[in-house]
Ligand binder design. Sequence first.
Ligand SMILES: *Cc1c(COP(=O)(O)O)cnc(C)c1O
Length: 403
Amino acid sequence: MTPEAYAEFLAVYLDEGTRFHHPGHLGHQIAAPDFPAALADLVHGAANNPMAAYEMGAAAATVEFEVVRWMLDKAGYGQAGGGVLTHGGSLANLTALLAARAAAVPDAWENGIPGDLALLAPESAHYSLTRAAAILGLGERAVVPLDTDSLGRIDVARLPEALDRVRRAGRRPMALVAAACATGTGLYDDLRRIGEFCAANGLWFHVDGAHGASALLAEGHRRLLDGVELADSLTWDAHKMLRTSSLAAAVLVRRGDALDAAFRQRASYLFYGDQGFDSIGRTVECSKAELGLKIFLNLAWRGERGLGEYVARQYATARRLWELARERPGFALPYEPESNIVCFRYGGGDQAAIREALTADGAFHLTSAEIGGVRHLRASVMAPATDDKTLHALLDRITELGG
Ligand SMILES: *Cc1c(COP(=O)(O)O)cnc(C)c1O
């Protein structure tokens, strides 16, 4: 391939791809990466310093250590906490539940798990949690659905009943999972009350904040995560609301030793003991990428305030979409959005058909989600370029298509 051919190839390649920087990208929760993170990808792509073992990438390991420390501080865990960056929230959830498993059954690593463990989670929980239960050997059927309200939020008043049910069935609850926020609706669970319930009942409390934990940086929205400091573990994706490329996520734990206990592996050629910031004893991955650099450079360039302002702006744009749709006839909106995710219906027809027609147009990309068994259109406002003009044009087009 010559440079000229490469230019031609690249033009076609990008044209056929998905434009996550486009204002009409309101589909999946994928960041329009900020340019410092893109530079970090270039540095990593060329220097390639995998860093789970300190001696393979001392600078990258040091940067990850500091990034994790910053995130721990934001989550309210402080010095006693611990964490590691992973390639994505699914792996972070798996890692957190591995730590929960080690806490419930300390010899599970050596002897495998008993058949009575249970995982308490609402049906609205991200599918990676059920998967993690299956991967960890609990089996999908060990996931006990928690009662929720009509929007899929955990019904805190009915938690004692659920725990009773699990115990009477002879099962040992390994962990309880709450969302901050839920993937489908973008709504936050009541972390403080759930956390207090878990603490009172000796339950491992995992908060899946893959999408919404970044609201910790936005002054006006931090209250949505009130009580997150009670969680035993927290998943926080940077490639959603901290504008890095995929994937860069954190699994954070309130007590750092809980992560060490999760992995009891010994590999004599890698585990030498303390040499520096060795995260290899805390992660599934071996030749792990320089994930910390992407987060660090975005943070260094925009500042904590800048990152928080991005989150606040996206949340405000979603709210604006909700307001504008509410003013128009034919739109039904089941709840006021708490994040940058909004669900709605237009007319009484097939919402999937509206979505498909929009996708075929190519000007807008929406997803869809079921709420209470009813399919809704779903917008997640990720691109900084999405503005009022975009929102009006979207609603106009949906009105044309659905009418
Ligand atoms: C996106 C998401 C995940 C999965 O994260 P990946 O980084 O895509 O693996 C898990 N939980 C929630 C709540 C999410 O929004």
